[in-house]
Design a protein around this ligand. Sequence first.
Ligand code: NAD
Length: 474
Amino acid sequence: MASEYDVIVIGGGPAGYPAAIRAAQNKLKVACIDEWKNKDGSAVFGGTCTNAGCIPSKALLESTELFVKTKDELGVHGIKVGGVEFDVTQMQKRKTGIVKASTTGIAMLLKSAGVTPLQGHGKLLPGKKVEFTAHDGKKETLSAKHIVLASGSIPTELKSMPFDGKNIVDNWGALDFDSVPKKLAVVGAGVIGLELGSVWRRLGAEVTVLEALPDFLGTADRDIAKVAAREFAKQGLAIKLGAKVSKAEIKGDTVEVTYADAKGEQKIVVDKLLVAVGRRAFTEGVLGDGTGVKVDARGRIDVDEHCWTGVEGVWAVGDCVRGAMLAHKGFEEGMAVAELIAGKAGHVNYDTIPWVIYTEPEIAWAGKTEEELKAANIPYKTGSFPFAAVGRAVAMNETAGQVKVIAHAETDRILGVHMVGPGVSELIAEAVVAMEFHGSAEDLARIVHAHPTLSEAVHEAALSGDKRAIHKAN
Ligand code: NAD
């Protein structure tokens, strides 16, 4: 193995592997170190997103949504089905296969780009050196002109409800249940709580989501959150707001969860507890002594707007630095840094990062909410349009939800777009493009949108800001 590189990337998740591939595309000599091991002991690239996050959760969300549709929604189309059943083992097998195909694909991409894959632990040392410990324990000191730290994040564990991997689990544990828990409680009505709560609810679990904050989906637009809360309640997801969980105790094969709400202390007993109260940057064992790299009060590696740590040749990207813990934010940071290292232009526009929650209906947004604009004293106008008035959504029998476009009251520049409804994880891309190009609501309104498509909701919402929507009363 060579010991000198142009670039060494520590971490092969969604921030690290794109950094390595782009650096190699830029004709640099690159190594990518990753220590991930799956539960079967296999060492793979792809990090949390591919192995224990985005990809496996979407696999299960897809399977369980198909089950619900087949069971409950085909009748209205005149399709008669009987005896609809599910097989958790097969769902899990399919999920594992999808994860395997993804990690195999990433390994192939690294290889074909000419990146040296190193499986084991990477530790930054002073003087642009990296200590690499292979999974068999063999150590080697490597050096590089540039080192990119992309060590990711791990679930936040609360002392009062430690994970035991069986009854009290994190997202990875909740993705791997081999049967449907009769009763599942979730601490935190955030992205993970809602997505994984939905998976097991759709298969029949009684799901109670306990959220400490009084508002549902506090970072989302209020109108969007209201529609989502209504739809989740219809699905039988019991979301309790203002319910702060203080402890969870394993009793036999159950978990007793204690929380406080407006009525005082409450207890529920469940079979499984998913604790999804956020994630924290993972840097343990990554920063050797005397490197000069600083971490902030929340344990995140300190970087400037270009993901530079302030130490010559050392960069950090993805979940281990400030900003949204989203795979696509990591992708872009990784690629941007690889461009900067090669002396090219690289940047990330943090103002247009899309958020998506893959529930049913889906929730997606980019840019500012009305609350943020009010707080910043920015004058704005809004236009919205319901999917119930979109022909394609009606034909699909998926009419819940709406699109809201927020534009500057004077300049008409789009400041935020918020959606809940069918296919909005894809529709949000149009909003991102428009915002990236500094588009106005009028621009969106003048763009031809195919009919009949769900994208007409975006078109009509933009028109509605000036009370010119065609398919609703303004
Ligand atoms: P989150 O920050 O989205 O939500 C955690 C929730 O837990 C918060 O609403 C918080 O108020 C609540 N909470 C904290 N302590 C509590 C307590 N004691 N009792 C009750 N409620 C409590 O975190 P998450 O859902 O764990 O997700 C972690 C990260 O992973 C997030 O940054 C998220 O963006 C990312 N992620 C993204 C996606 C996606 O993009 N679709 C999917 C999964 C995860």
